[in-house]
Design a protein around this ligand. Structure first.
Ligand code: GLU
Length: 552
């Protein structure tokens, strides 16, 4: 009995050979240096921000080099699959400006000549290569049960040996073809293992595009390549898919780095040309004194949906991720405040080698800078789009006061130092609520922020006097002169030095008078320019607010 008959008994329906597939997927016709990258999620339905991080690197590296960026669905663990997850992935990536040039285009559709792009539809391909390895004596069926393996492990641990299925401990390695066939004919369950040619005493050198030069012991474990359900393991599928699909650069999370010895070996055994690898750092979060992985269970910000709900413009998230990818992005952005982020060149070798820290405070900073660069009309469009879905009340108020809102969004925008009020659309309501009587009415008296040393009754005295003197139709300088005149009349200093010299002689500073006006109109101590607010509110609203304040 020869090995070919064993291979035929295991895969009776496989009638192709590896050459068929190697010829079917020829080398891609791309320009010199073009990179082929892929985003390869499992369709579990949860869109993790780490996925956008990965896909962004893939997309940038491919697009920058005029290469190909494709979507492959890794659904060999069918227990975890969720319906609609592929479409959801594509939609999510599209929202972040990440569009695939090739690969899955929907749950049942794809484009490109290197498909199928969904692993569950590639089973015949994996089996063809596994069959060939068996026929060549490079892989074999293993009939060990989980109990057998557990026993083996316990023995190895008690003898202080490296646990695993390898060398002399790989008992099914030594089954004769007849023995193996007999077990198969008896209906025993089995998996297919690689007969590892590796020696753990020897080392393999490798260059990772992010981690740099690395070396590790050769793999000597007879790893599983085909599971008992007939589907491949990640290792086997990775080698076959990335080889046949012409991936030049495998960019994936560093959790796969420890499997690299297996992958290098598989590429050799399968006689494939190896791709380049770039293992990206895991996204971490500062938690008290220590760092930990951003967790799906504990951290709301791990879900992409969080950024939608909070209303971060997608460009803010992208720019923040670019900051994590290459810290030089920040400097580039300062030098090129209005350039499109696509003009920044992502370099894998400038990426941090260890954990990437995800920090919402920094994201907010980046996002404030992004939003402050947007024109008021654009802010209005983004905001109403968001509010339509996430804050109906604000949507109604803002769209029925479009002109006023555009003026509000334009406050201090045109100058050299534009205001940075909003990091996300969910911040807008608290920053502009006072322009709307409906919202202002509901803002309780306890929320009023008066100047530090001014009591409510004193603030009311100030407003009573100021409301009589107040002129709507004046320019900013005159307006301030008039405010100062009221301050002097009420015993407030207009000159800081004079006040400092003899504080007892005054009730306070003119800033206390302005602060009281601000409190009467907005209930807040921190607002944009008061004159501008009053101009936008209009004379009538200002006067009504003054009257209401006096009678609080
Ligand atoms: N499906 C694997 C994962 O989601 C992909 C890893 C890779 O990109 O090779 O982790």
């Amino acid at each position: 009995m020869n090995l070919q008959s064993l291979a035929n008994a295991i895969f009776p329906n496989i009638d192709k050979n590896p050459k068929f597939y190697i010829d079917k997927y020829p080398k891609r016709n791309l320009k010199e240096g073009a990179k082929v990258t892929r985003y390869a999620p499992s369709p579990t339905g949860f869109q993790h921000i780490g996925g956008v991080f990965s896909a962004l690197i893939d997309e940038r590296i491919a697009t920058q080099s005029e290469g190909v960026f494709f979507l492959r669905i890794e659904d060999t663990d069918q227990k975890r699959e969720v319906e609609g997850a592929i479409e959801d992935t594509i939609k999510t990536m599209h929202k972040f400006g990440l569009d695939f040039t090739e690969g899955m285009t929907g749950d049942n559709t794809s484009k490109g000549d290197y498909g199928p792009y969904r692993q569950s539809e590639r089973s015949e391909i994996y089996k063809t290569f596994a069959k060939d390895l068996i026929a060549k004596g490079l892989a074999y069926p293993c009939f060990c049960t989980s109990e057998d393996l557990e026993k083996l492990r316990e023995n190895q641990i008690s003898e202080k040996l490296t646990p695993g299925y390898y060398g002399e401990y790989a008992s099914c390695r030594n089954l004769s073809t007849e023995e193996a066939l007999e077990k198969i004919n008896n209906g025993e369950r089995y998996i297919i293992r690689l007969k590892s040619p590796g020696n753990s005493e020897k080392r393999v050198e490798f260059h990772d595009l992010i981690k740099g030069d690395i070396s590790f012991p050769e793999n000597n474990q007879d790893i599983v390549i085909i599971k008992s359900d007939g589907l491949p393991t990640y290792h086997f599928a990775h080698a076959i898919d990335d080889a046949l699909m012409g991936t030049t650069t495998v960019i994936r999370g560093e959790e796969w780095l420890s499997s690299l010895p297996i992958h290098v070996q598989l590429f050799d055994v399968l006689r494939f040309e190896k791709p380049e690898y770039a293992h990206t750092p895991t996204i971490m979060k500062q938690d008290g004194g220590s760092k930990r992985k951003l967790s799906k269970r504990k951290d709301a910000e791990s879900a992409v949906s969080y950024y939608d709900e909070e209303g971060y413009p997608m460009i803010s998230v992208i720019e923040y991720l670019l900051n994590i990818i290459n810290s030089t992005f920040e400097e580039w952005r300062e030098e090129n405040p209005f350039a499109d982020y696509h003009e920044f060149k992502v370099s894998l070798d400038k990426m941090s080698k260890s954990g990437a820290l995800f920090d919402i405070v920094k994201l907010n900073d980046v996002s404030k800078n992004v939003i402050c660069r947007l024109k008021a009309d654009v802010v209005y469009d983004y905001y109403t789009n968001w509010a339509k879905e996430y804050n109906k009340e604000m949507y109604e108020l803002v769209t029925s006061n479009e002109n006023m809102c555009k003026e509000v969004f334009n406050i201090d925008k045109e100058g050299p130092k534009p205001r940075k009020d909003f990091a996300k659309w969910n911040d807008v309501k608290e920053k502009i609520f006072f322009f709307f009587d409906e919202l202002f009415k509901n803002d309780g008296i306890d929320n009023i922020e008066l100047p530090k040393k001014v009591e409510l009754t004193e603030a009311q005295r100030i407003i009573a006097a100021y409301s009589k003197a107040y002129n709507f139709n004046t320019d900013k300088d005159t307006w301030f002169e008039e405010l100062k005149a009221v301050a002097v009349e009420l015993g407030y200093a207009t000159d800081r030095k004079a006040f400092k010299k003899d504080p007892e002689a005054y009730k306070g500073m003119v800033s206390d008078v302005a602060g009281s006006v601000r409190a009467a109109l907005t209930h807040r101590a921190n607002t944009p320019d008061l004159y501008t607010i009053m101009q936008i509110m209009g004379e009538e609203k200002v006067k009504t607010r003054f009257n209401e304040f006096i009678s609080l």
